[in-house]
Write a protein that binds this ligand. Structure first.
Ligand code: PLP
Length: 837
């Protein structure tokens, strides 16, 4: 670094790197150019040179399976031996004292240790783990037959170590902790490894330490010889981005744990008798030979060599990376922690003391926080994630696979969480706030190639969207007087049905009356596309090209015609509208092969089209193995969610990731029928969008200044995928439109029969509105502007859900025949009573 930048760049920034980090970024990480990548704790990206060198290695050498004597095999064996040593040196692990076992990932390394301990003694083993543990460490407790304990904090473990010599039992014990919390980046005391060993000497040394270094090693310099853990688990992709490979580093003196490991597989035995006597002789020459079952991932190991080379060339050492990331993390922390609203309240609630940042001993480059508005209310994490996605900022939210750490930070007890679970909370779902408190954190994590621009982008993003500079005015509830309302003339500007869920609209031709039912407009969301592997319904958010699949309903010919692609290369398919079609498989009649599909989290039965022509049509266009499916004919429950039974609760609970400290004998929560379920259907029969509101939104987008990504381009009303677009006929030329009048509607009367349609909740929006419905391309608008101007209680809302009033379809109603609507129909709204007494 040159001194001219000294004010702007903190000391340590790029220090020791081969070049300024911006130059490294430009040359080695072109994929990071248009994005702000802040999820290095998930994985760090790989350098271009690593992949190029790997490719060169593979194309210029013939590598055979390491377990034989051919030249190609020998080459693989030699390279593996060399790289094994090189990795040990990378962590300063003396090869006389330590051995390295290649495994799939850190979790596999942890599981290998747990399996070894379980088989090592007929009594099994006892397990203690720190509450900051990653889920992968917590899971070991299920194998610990002699019991387990979660150490609540550092002092708890310190005390336990002090008391260790007095423990009566001499059965094997395993104590595990993360070198760094993957939740908030706190670095834990590594002295525990040696302290545990010396305390255990009094009891025959039957206590082993398992260091989960997976998060630490991505930006920290680990000295295995100095720390001396018995077992160290890590994943290489977290350091180098590639290869997807892990290691277990074993202190040879602790390797006796594996001597009775029951399983053996190709490569780990010297001789096996397959039939007759059950006899085999295990390899005894080295720890890794004893533990590496089957063929090693030898290509990945060769890639590791390239990754080590590149990393050394670019960054010099892990110490440099540690210093660089520590100073950036401090910058992030300092910038975020001082952000405040107009009333001086904090914007960011941080989950780690600021004093830790800047020291690479106590703290790694991970920052966990939540955002609060000026009233002190938490911003739902999924809303932050949506907006961050749209702004091309990649971060992680939730409990980030660290159940104990997040529960401690957020103040939830195990009992609280089990109660949440019983009311529907699931890892990774959208129940962000319960009882006013967040259920997860927002996590930002930095890596070797993070630069100052990334930090600026993050801080600017939070400043732009979450800092309230002035008191929030009641912008969403625009005052209206009664004289205003009577003069308004609303009408149906357009009518759309979406015959295939998440695909393009079919616009009902002008002059044609269209049937409307309790479930919505006829043929709306009658079909969907399902993934052939998982059975889940595809959506446009995931597959934007679905916007280019255009169905149209031809009632005269009784067909659904589907056209895909752009003009020049259009293809089309015709499906019968009738149920008699022989290409359908009725799923309910064959329970064993019953195909059910997940739509908005619940399983329902669908009729999947079995014809290969149908599936090929959609699969080829989307590049996803999928097929068309139809909802059952009585479809009212399409919009409702079945209540979960407690049996489901039990089976789901076992699989769920939960904090480590539950009392085992806690009864499952009783499902209370009166309880309001956390999950409500996000779909309603109709969606009303107002033309005037779209116009107002577009004015705001065009006037927008700050956001670089927005492009200030107006959006089409189609992005909101409304069934009914309502417009205003202005009485005289000087009149102005009334955007967001629909916020105040309680119901509307529509058409010559004055059908009553009840106006329900506001429609909560996600980044799907950023997909151009004509090109299938994503942009940052309108979601970015909506997030700023249409935020209602932390949710971004636009448009109103609606449903035909129940009395319209009652049999004794004078007009109980078919109800219809048409483009041009007059709409007469009724307004919320409280506001217009
Ligand atoms: C990532 C991580 C793991 C799990 O690593 P895998 O590669 O998914 O096995 C375990 N512990 C910590 C602390 C981690 O950060």
């Amino acid at each position: 670094m040159t001194s001219s930048n000294a004010d702007q760049y903190p000391s340590g920034y790029s220090e020791g790197y081969s070049a300024d980090v911006d130059i490294i970024r430009e040359q080695e990480y072109p994929l990071l150019n248009d994005t702000t990548y802040l999820d290095h704790a998930g994985t760090t990206p790989y350098a271009k040179s690593t992949i190029e060198e790997f490719s060169r290695q593979l194309t210029s050498n013939l590598f055979g399976n390491p377990h034989s004597m051919s030249l190609s095999s020998q080459l693989s064996t030699q390279r593996t031996d060399d790289i094994r040593l090189r990795v040990l040196q990378f962590f300063n692990a003396d090869p006389d004292e330590f051995d390295l076992v290649f495994v799939a990932n850190a979790t596999a390394a942890i599981k290998l240790v747990a399996d070894g301990l379980r088989d090592s003694d007929h009594r099994g083993f006892w397990y203690g783990y720190h509450s900051d543990a990653h889920t992968s460490l917590v899971g070991v407790r299920e194998l610990a037959e002699m019991g387990h304990r979660c150490f609540q904090d550092d002092a708890d473990l310190d005390t336990w170590i002090k008391d260790l010599p007095n423990l009566p039992t001499k059965a094997p014990k395993l104590v595990a902790f993360p070198a760094q919390s993957n939740m908030n980046g706190r670095r834990l005391p590594l002295r525990w490894c040696k302290e545990l060993r010396s305390a255990a000497q009094a009891m025959d040394g039957n206590v082993f330490t398992l260091l989960d270094a997976a998060s630490f090693v991505s930006t920290g310099s680990l000295d295995i010889s100095a720390v001396s853990p018995d077992f160290t688990a890590l994943s290489f992709y977290k350091i180098f981005g590639f290869p997807d490979l892990g290691a277990l580093i074993v202190r040879k003196k602790a390797a006796r744990v594996f001597e009775r490991r029951k399983y053996f597989g190709g490569g780990t035995v010297d001789m096996v008798i397959a039939a007759g006597a059950q006899w085999h002789a295990k390899k005894e020459s080295s720890v890794h030979e004893l533990l590496e079952d089957g063929t090693l991932p030898f290509h990945n190991i060769i890639a590791l060599d390239a990754a080590l080379d590149t990393h050394k060339r670019l960054y010099g050492s892990m110490t440099n990376v540690s210093r660089h990331t520590a100073c950036l993390a401090k910058r992030v922390y300092d910038r975020l922690s001082v952000l405040s609203h107009w009333n001086q309240t904090n914007v960011c609630h941080m989950y780690q003391p600021g004093a830790h940042y800047g020291s690479s001993i106590a703290q790694g480059p991970i920052i966990a926080f939540n955002l609060q508005n000026s009233k002190g209310e938490y911003v739902p994490k999924t809303e932050i994630e949506k907006l961050a996605n749209v702004q091309n900022i990649q971060l992680r939210t939730g409990s980030v696979c660290n159940p104990g750490g997040t529960a401690n930070a957020l103040g939830w007890t195990g009992l609280d969480l089990r109660r949440h679970y019983s009311t529907g909370l699931r890892c990774g779902d959208a129940h962000d706030i319960i009882g006013g408190r967040p259920t997860g954190v927002v996590r930002v994590s930095l890596g070797a190639m993070t630069n100052m621009k990334d930090v600026e982008s993050l801080v600017n993003f939070i400043e732009e969207f979450y800092v309230e500079k002035i008191p929030p005015i009641m912008a969403l509830k625009s005052p209206m007087d009664n004289s205003d309302i009577v003069e308004r003339h609303f009408y149906v500007e357009s009518l759309s049905v979406f015959p295939i869920k998440s695909c393009a609209a079919f616009k009902i031709p002008e002059g044609k009356r269209w049937e409307i039912k309790q479930e919505g407009l006829a043929w709306d969301r009658e079909w969907c596309l399902i993934h052939q592997g998982t059975g889940t319904a595809l959506n446009q958010k995931r597959y934007p090209r679905m916007a280019l699949i255009r169905p149209s309903v031809d009632l005269e010919r009784s067909i659904l015609r589907i056209t895909c692609g752009v003009m020049s290369e259009q293809v089309s398919l015709e499906i019968s509208l009738s149920w008699e079609d022989t290409s359908l498989i009725s799923t309910s009649s064959c329970p064993n092969t019953k195909r059910s599909s997940t739509v908005c989290g619940d399983r329902i039965s669908l009729h999947a089209y079995s014809s290969p022509v149908v599936s090929a049509f959609f699969s080829d266009f989307l590049g996803v193995p999928c097929t068309l499916a139809r909802f059952p004919s009585h479809t009212t429950h399409r919009y409702a969610r079945p209540r979960r039974s407690s049996g489901v609760w039990r089976s789901r609970f076992r699989k769920l990731i939960m904090p480590g400290a539950f009392p085992l004998d806690l009864p499952p929560p009783v499902h209370d029928a009166r309880q309001i379920p956390l999950s409500l259907s996000n779909e309603s029969p109709l969606l009303i969008v107002s033309r005037s509101s779209v116009n107002r939104l577009n004015e705001t987008i065009k006037a927008g200044t700050k956001s670089v990504n927005s492009g200030h381009k107006a959006v089409a009303a189609d992005v909101f995928r409304g069934n009914i677009v309502v417009a205003e006929r202005l009485a005289s030329p000087g009149d102005t439109e009334q955007p967001y009048a629909e916020d105040h509607w309680s119901s509307v009367r529509i058409g010559p029969d004055q059908l009553r349609i009840n106006v329900l909740d506001a429609c909560q929006r996600c980044q799907m509105v950023c997909i151009d419905q004509f090109t299938g391309l994503r942009s940052a608008e309108p979601f970015s502007t909506l997030a700023k101007t249409r935020n209602i209680n932390g949710k971004v809302c636009f448009g109103k859900y609606a449903a035909l009033a129940p009395e319209e379809t009652e049999v004794h109603h004078p007009q109980s025949d078919r109800k219809t609507v048409m483009v041009g129909d007059v709409i007469m709204p009724s307004y919320d009573d409280e506001e217009h007494p």
